[in-house]
Design a protein around this ligand. Structure first.
Ligand SMILES: Nc1ncnc2c1ncn2[C@@H]1O[C@H](COP(=O)(O)OP(=O)(O)OP(=O)(O)O)[C@@H](O)[C@H]1O
Ligand code: SF4
Ligand SMILES: [Mg+2]
Length: 353
């Protein structure tokens, strides 16, 4: 991948990241017969203070990538660097120190909060592992401050998750993610389980918190429309890899990868005239199994532009040769042998209300 031209230093760098889950046969003598290649060669950078949106269809490896980034799982191969230090193989105290700085917010606020714990205990639980952040006597006050920061009444500290709405529960999940004062938050579809009217409020809260605490976000979603408002850059994932990545205007207004163009053409457009004139790109066929990834370009079985070369040669994630001397927004990383611009009805960047 071409090194991104950004002034700010990367707080997180990912190179050649893989997570393969073995497929085994047999009960007593287990034999590996293949592997689910959930994450299959991801490269990305996250700059301090920026939001990187990651989008892709169900099963493309988004949650696996998230778990790798926060060290909930170890990669099969590849490197994750935090502030220049390789953290991939850390263990013990060194790992604990790094994990404090990279926290996760989960998708489903209904299942990710323990129903038998009070909100105070849920938000304060990370202090049991990191007592240095909040000595016992200070914890109640810290948790109440966090409730206030995420827009909940500090007096709710003794309530249980079932006493809150979905949006409020996600606020509790965010407060918990903030408890250790991390620098990076990996949010795995944080609004997907919420009503549309509540999604905007939670996205706006994340935006506000980013400004307040200088956070860097990896914000995962399956829909391009959700990440537009919050992302500085967007990466599009397909079958375990990023196939196109760039600044948000580059991806939304000048996509060059057929998969991104198809995803964009499926996003709901509020303006009826624009809706009437837009071309829907319908992808044929199902997403192939990550245990059986097509040769060459992994998107070729669903791509309307596929040619012979696409089956033989893996396209690299780089600025395509046709745009290399170009200063236009089309000159961003796209893993396609035949990358070209295609007009897709633009998605309004307006503020979320
Ligand atoms: N622990 C595991 N063991 C085996 N396969 C797994 C495991 N975790 C995930 N997978 C497989 O890896 C692939 C990617 O899964 P992942 O949950 O990362 O996708 P996703 O993009 O988050 O999907 P969704 O949008 O549905 O949340 C899927 O085929 C999934 O079945
Ligand atoms: S490399 Fe070929 S199959 Fe892959 S996206 Fe480009 S045109 Fe389609
Ligand atoms: Mg997921």
């Amino acid at each position: 991948m071409a090194e991104p031209a950004r002034q700010t230093e990367a707080i997180l760098e990912v190179r050649g990241l893989h997570k393969h889950y073995p497929l085994t046969q047999g009960i007593v003598f287990k034999k590996q017969v293949g592997a689910v290649r959930a994450v299959d060669g991801v490269d990305l950078d996250l700059a301090a203070g920026e939001t990187l949106g990651i989008v892709g269809e169900s099963g493309c490896g988004k949650s696996t990538l998230a778990r790798l980034l926060v060290h909930l799982e170890r990669p099969t191969a590849g490197v994750i660097r935090y502030k220049g230090e390789d953290i991939t193989k850390l263990s013990g105290r060194a790992l604990k120190a790094v994990r404090r700085n990279i926290q996760m917010v989960f998708q489903d606020p209904y299942t990710s909060l323990n129903p038998r714990m009070t909100v105070g205990d849920i938000i304060g639980e990370p202090y049991e592992i990191h007592p240095e952040v909040a000595p016992k006597g200070d914890r109640r006050q810290k948790v109440q401050d966090l409730l206030d920061v995420v827009g909940l009444n500090p007096e709710y500290i003794n309530r249980y998750p079932h006493q809150f709405s979905g949006g409020q529960r996600q606020r509790i999940g965010i407060a918990r993610g903030l408890a250790l004062q991390p620098e990076i938050i990996v949010a795995d579809e944080p609004v997907s389980a919420l009503d549309v009217s509540v999604q905007a409020q939670v996205v706006n809260l994340l935006d506000k918190l980013q400004n307040e605490f200088g956070l860097s976000y990896v914000f995962i979603a399956h829909d391009l429309s959700i990440v537009r408002h919050i992302s500085d850059r967007v990466g599009v994932m397909y079958l375990g890899r990023i196939v196109e990545i760039g600044k948000d205007a580059e991806i939304y207004d000048h996509p060059t990868h057929p998969y991104t163009q198809a995803l964009l053409s499926a996003v709901p457009v509020p303006d009826p005239t624009a809706r009437e004139h837009r071309e829907r790109i319908l992808l044929t066929g199902d997403v192939p199994s990550p245990a059986n990834i097509p040769s060459g370009c992994r998107f070729r079985t669903r791509c309307w532009k596929a040619r012979q070369r696409c089956a033989q040669e893996v396209p690299l994630l780089a600025v395509p040769a046709v745009f290399r001397d170009d200063r236009s927004p089309a000159a961003h990383d796209s893993a396609c042998h035949f990358a070209e611009e295609k007009h897709v009805v633009p998605l309004e960047p307006g503020p979320v209300t």
